[in-house]
Design a protein. Structure first.
Length: 283
């Protein structure tokens, strides 16, 4: 007689995946973070160069706000949630999904983050010497999208560690750390019609590494460094193309990556110009 089927308990979330989507006028790519207990639990936002999200508009504090995973003891039914805490001098506003007006948070107050919530800051412009506080506040605006992180069906590795199966098979961990935006796919390990030469592989590998560094610097607001890393990385990839046969599958992949990252480098250069102009115009 076959053993009775015991229904499996639903897998509980281990943390949250958070995506910050910036206002279209900002020109920044979305940033993605995974928050897990015992690993990364807080995202910092402000002018400080070491912030997870660097924002340098006038009126934004060095440490303006933070997004943090709530204490597991406070999770409702084991479901994780996140809170936003204001740490600023000039205020932070929040707007729930579907609402049209932002509400200013209490200083050093906390609110529970909901999916689709919009965050805008600063809420007021700092006073310049001898001038009244103006109403023309230039704000940093982004929307928060939140998803649950579930453990792998096969196993749940310790935070920050690959599962044994993923490591043996050369695959990705059950849920990928996404704080640093990576290029779409790894060119140097994709399937090809013919093996790469050592020189070509070295070029592509160096190019990929520099582009990853560029995206990391870009996400931290270090725009001059990001542009330089993009430039150097793209030079390596351009030099790799003539080393491949025209019908090699890698040619299309490298060409696509070149196009995407040339556009990103141009946006970084444009952002540099806008920020310099804003610093001149705003006190």
């Amino acid at each position: 007689m076959p053993a009775p089927i015991v229904p499996k308990e639903p897998r509980k979330a281990e943390g949250l995946a958070l995506t910050l989507t910036f206002d279209a006028a900002d020109g920044r790519e979305p940033l993605e973070f995974d928050l897990e207990v015992g690993d990364k639990e807080v995202i910092t936002v402000g002018r400080a160069p070491k912030s997870d999200v660097v924002c340098t508009l006038s009126g934004i504090s060095w440490h303006h706000l933070e997004l943090k995973l709530a204490d597991p003891d406070l999770w409702d039914g084991g479901v994780p949630h996140m809170v936003l805490r204001d740490l600023s001098m000039n205020g932070t506003g929040i707007r729930a999904k579907g609402e049209s007006t932002a509400q200013k948070m209490k200083k050093e107050g906390e609110v529970r983050v909901t999916d689709g919530m919009t965050v805008c800051f600063p809420m007021k412009k700092p006073k310049a010497k001898g001038k009244e506080d103006g109403k023309d506040v230039v704000q940093q605006i982004f929307t928060l999208n939140v998803e649950q992180l579930l453990p792998s069906p096969a196993e749940s590795p310790a935070p920050g560690q690959r599962s044994q199966a993923a490591t043996q098979q050369g695959g990705e961990p059950p849920h990928k750390k996404r704080a640093v935006q990576l290029p779409n796919g790894s060119i140097s390990t994709a399937a090809t019609a013919a093996p790469m030469s050592e020189a070509c592989r070295n070029r592509v590998t160096k190019g990929e590494a520099l582009v990853r560094s560029a995206r990391h610097a870009e996400s931290r607001g270090r725009l001059a460094e990001a542009f330089d890393q993009y430039r150097r990385g793209l030079q390596h990839m351009i030099k790799a193309l003539p080393m491949l046969e025209k019908d090699d599958a890698q040619v299309g992949a490298i060409s696509t990556m070149l196009k995407d990252n040339l556009e990103r480098a141009a946006l970084v250069k444009e952002r540099q110009g806008r920020l310099k102009l804003a610093e001149i115009e705003l006190p």
